[in-house]
Design a binder for this molecule. Sequence first.
Ligand code: ADP
Ligand code: MG
Length: 508
Amino acid sequence: MLEVVKSGAVVGLDAVEVTIEVDVARGMPGFTIVGLPDAAVQESRERVRAAVLNSEYEFQPSRLTVNLAPADLRKAGPAYDLPIAIGFLSASGQINRQSAVSYYWLVGELSLTGEVKPVNGVLSIAAAAHSAGSSGIIVPAENAAEAAIVTGIDVIPVSSLAQAARFLSDDIVIEPAVSGNRSTERGAEQVDFAEIRGQLEARRALEIAAAGGHNVLMVGPPGSGKSMLARRLPTIMPPLSADEAIEVTKIYSLGGQAKHGRGLIWTRPYRAPHHTISAAGLAGGGKQPRPGEITLSHRGVLFLDEMAEFSQSVLQVLRQPIESKIVTISRANGRVTYPADFMLVGAMNPCPCGYLGDRQRECACTVGRIRSYRSKLSGPLLDRIDIHIEVPRLSQAELMGTSTGETSAAIKDRVIKARAAQAARFGSKTVLNGCMSAKQVRQSCSLSESIVSWLARIVERMALSARGYDRVLKVARTIADIAGHESVELVDVAEAIQYRSADRQRAY
Ligand SMILES: Nc1ncnc2c1ncn2[C@@H]1O[C@H](COP(=O)(O)OP(=O)(O)O)[C@@H](O)[C@H]1O
Ligand SMILES: [Mg+2]
C-alpha cells in the first residue's frame, strides 16, 4: 500500500512543501529513505520503528520505502519522524481514514517511546501550509502557540504518535490551538531610559540613532554606562508592526529560540554576542542552517561590546549585511538568505587600559598602543557607523544623585514622529535617513549658501572624507526631522558635527 503525507522543509526564513510517499510492500524486509535525506532523517528509521511499537501499533516485517520529494532539496533534521510514522500506519492499514491523513500537513520529532517532541521552524512551516492551500497542520503540542499565529488554518497539537493516529482515525477529537498572543498585546519592557542618570549627550545620540536608523559607536571607560545605554535602545524604537512581529517570531522559531508555548514576539530584539563569537555564529550557517546573531537582531539592536576585541574576520561579516540588510550564507549544497536589518551599536574603551581622558585615573597606555588599538576597527566598518560619541564616566555626585532621566515612552514618541516625517518624504516606511543613497542625501538635505560655506571650513579642519561628509548630512537630516524642520538648518548640521568624535580626534 502506498500513502502520501505532506510536510514542510524550511528554506531561509520560509518553508516549502515536502511530499512524503510511504510504500509498504511484501518482500525482503527493510526500511529505506530516499530523496536527499541527511543523517538525522536517516536516523528517523530507528525512531519511527521504536515509536510505532511502543505506541502499541504493529511493525510487521515488510519492505518499507520512504521517498521525500522534491528530490533536489536536502531534507534535514528530525521533523519528518511524525509524518513518516503516520504515513507508515496508514499504508499498513492501521489508520483507516485516508482522507484525513492527506488533509493535514504533519511535523514533529518522535522519541523512542512515541512522544512527539518540539522542532524548529514550525511557524514558517505552518505559514507555508496555509499558503499551499492546506487547511490543517498537526504539530508538536509545545509548538502549537507558535504555529497558531498563522490564521486560517487549523493547528492540531499532539503530544504522542498514538494521539495523532487516533485523531486521524477519528477516535478522538482535538480542538485546534489558538494563539493567546495574536492580538497586539505587548509584554512590558523590562528596562527604561529613566534608569540612566546624566549622559545627556549619549541619550540624545541614541534618540537620533533610533529616529533615523543610524549605527552608533560609543567610546568610553569601563563602568560609564555603555552597556546600559545600548540595552535600552530597543525601548525607544517604534513598536513592531504585525508583519515585523511575525518575521521576528519566524526567526526565533527557526533557531529554536521561540519560547515554546508562547505566541508572537512583540518586543524588538536585542542581542549582545561576546567578542569571542565566530564568523559563523554572527552570520549564521551550519549543516542544518541556523540564523546567526545578525539575523537574530533583525528589526532590533545588535550590540558589540568591546568592539575592538572582535577578530577582523568576524567584523568583516558585518559589512555586507549593513548595506543590503540581508545575509547570504554559502554552503556545500547551496545558499540560504536570511534577513539582517539591525541597528549596530558598538562600544569600546578609549584605549587598552580604558582610562584615557578619565578625570579620576591616569591612563597607562603609550601613544603607539592607543593608535594600534583604535586602528583595529577598519575604516570601511567605521564608515558605516554614522554616529560616534564619547561616553565619559559620571562623577560620584551625578551617580549618587536622585535626578532621573526622561522615560523611554517619552523619547519613543519623538522617534515615531521623526520616522513619520521620513516616511512622508521617502514615500516608504522602510527607508530611513541612515540608509539613504548618496543621491537621496543630495535630494533631501539641500543646504543654504551660508551653511555650505560654514560647513566647508569645518570639513577641511576635520579632514572629512566625502563619505564622512554624507554621514554628517544624514544625521543632520534626522535631527531636523526630530525638530520638525522642513529643510536642514544650521543648528541641525552643527549638532550633527558633534557626533563625529572619531574624526575630531583623528584631526589632532
Ligand atoms: N549613567 C548611569 N546611570 C545609572 N547607573 C549607571 C550609569 N553609568 C553606570 N551606571 C552603573 O554602573 C554599572 C556599569 O555600567 P555599564 O553599562 O556596564 O558600563 P560599561 O558598559 O560602560 O562598562 C551599571 O550596571 C550601573 O549600575
Ligand atoms: Mg559594558
